[in-house]
Write a protein that binds this ligand. Structure first.
Ligand code: HAM
Length: 425
């Protein structure tokens, strides 16, 4: 026998048993996005590598070591499987001039790819719902996104998530802060040397040092100068306005001055929603403002902000309390025996679908008893039997599979459809 071919490590199949939960989530998310006026944008999963290097930043974990990048030998181009959606969204907005007639509220849902070490809640192919507000400068948009998340958690019945909030200030205030931070870190090079990543980032990306999880750096990070001291008035005002809107709508948050995010495009507000129920992979949703990104990738300057949630992580929080939806149950499973019956059953199934019923056909190769067992296992509400007698009379034997009175009756396809539809809850 040939060896089995398995899925790529960290890339999961989503099996039919799991699908109802995903579908329930996706349905809720679509309603929720519509309620806030977000429109769907679908971009390719492959982009030119340059897009991510320029937007996410050359000295970030994602770009340095997590991207699936390869050369398309047919036209000698470096391509990358998207590790996130914001860069693609802004690329598409610039390419199609989407903000020409005014700001845009956009959203997307789909797979992202990062070559991280797989563990529970961290995968190499994972899925995000992303929300981006392009062309909006107002703090009300930062707040809208956070309030939106709070509503989604309520709608999905997710409890125990907390919100961390910070401001990264304007580009100018960050430059001032960067210099102060580099000076401070240079003074403590011997401590920094305990972490190769941090030491390497001293000049390339010093703010990321603050995000280090290495306990040997915790003391150094705790004593580090704070960005808040370098904030200009406009950044302060923006941040206060966001906080005040959150307070007005009753969304609780903690200020975390060390929250810097792993992608370089952010300025002003950044936030992360966390849970204690998922172990190390505790961030279920994150985002912030990225007013410089349009320009960085060759567009006209435009303010923007957004966030993305990790679907696998959110589902993990929904799973224990949510029962799969029942409205996707199959209406009728069609059992048949004999060649003529097989043709009749095939046509009858199409007719039932025309009349608004869902129907699945058995292959008709076994006894009615074992076909009935498969009908029960399929979760169908009815089983229909078609043998030679039924073909002659142009009928089917319809039997309910749920409830008490499971009596079989002979009826035409039209009558069967009526019965099936009238019995729906
Ligand atoms: P991010 O923080 O890199 O931000 O990812 C957002 C969320 O995606 C994370 O909070 C997490 O729930 C999920 N996630 C990330 N990596 C993995 C993984 N390997 N396995 C499972 N889930 C994962 C962004 O991607 C930004 N584009 C968010 C954004 C949108 N900012 C502005 N607009």
């Amino acid at each position: 026998m040939a060896t089995k071919i398995q899925a790529v490590r960290g890339m999961n199949d989503i099996l039919p048993e799991q699908a109802p939960l995903w579908e329930r989530f996706e349905d809720s998310v679509r309603d929720w996005l519509r309620a806030y006026g977000y429109r769907n944008l679908r971009t390719p999963v492959l982009e030119r590598t340059e897009l991510f290097v320029r937007s996410i930043g050359a000295a970030t974990d994602i770009v340095e070591k997590e991207m699936y990048t390869f050369t398309d030998a047919l036209n000698d181009e470096s391509l990358t499987l998207r590790p996130e959606g914001t860069a693609s969204c802004v690329r598409a907005a610039v390419e199609h001039n989407l903000t020409y007639n005014g700001p845009q509220r956009l959203c997307y849902m789909g797979p992202m790819f990062r070559h991280e070490r797989p563990q529970k809640g961290r995968y190499r192919q994972f899925h995000q719902v992303g929300v981006e507000a392009l062309g909006f400068a107002e703090p009300a948009l930062d707040a809208e996104h956070i309030v939106m998340c709070a509503r989604l958690w309520r709608e999905l019945g997710i409890q125990g998530v907390t919100l961390e909030l910070n401001t990264l200030g304007s580009a100018a205030s960050r430059t001032r802060y960067r210099q102060r931070l580099i000076k401070y870190l240079e003074k403590h090079r011997e401590i920094l040397a305990k972490d190769a990543d941090a030491a390497r980032r001293l000049h390339a990306n010093p703010l990321r040092v603050l995000d280090s999880k290495n306990p040997e750096l915790h003391g150094l990070i705790a004593q580090a100068p704070q960005l808040a001291d370098d904030l200009d008035d406009a950044s302060h005002k923006h941040f206060e306005a966001v906080q005040s809107l959150l307070n007005d709508t009753g969304v609780r948050f903690t200020l975390n001055p060390r929250l810097v995010r792993g992608l370089d495009y952010y300025n002003l507000t950044v936030f992360e929603w966390k849970t204690q129920r998922l172990g190390a992979q505790d961030t279920i949703c994150a985002g912030g403002r990225y007013d410089g990104l349009f320009e960085q990738i060759g567009g006209k300057p435009a303010p923007a902000c957004g966030f993305a949630l990790g679907i696998e992580r959110v589902l993990e929080l929904m799973a224990p309390t949510e029962t799969p939806r029942t409205d996707i149950a199959l209406d009728v499973y069609i059992a048949h025996q004999g060649e003529l019956a097989a043709c009749f059953a095939f046509r009858a199934a199409e007719q039932l679908r025309d009349l608004g019923c869902s129907a699945a056909l058995d292959n008709g190769k076994t006894s009615f008893t074992s076909q009935t067992k498969r009908a029960v296992a399929s979760g169908a509400r009815f089983v229909a039997f078609i043998g030679d007698g039924e073909v002659e009379r142009k009928e089917m034997g319809l039997r309910p599979l749920r409830g008490s009175g499971q009596q079989q009756r002979q009826c035409t396809v039209e009558d069967a459809a009526k019965l099936i539809i009238s019995g729906r809850e």
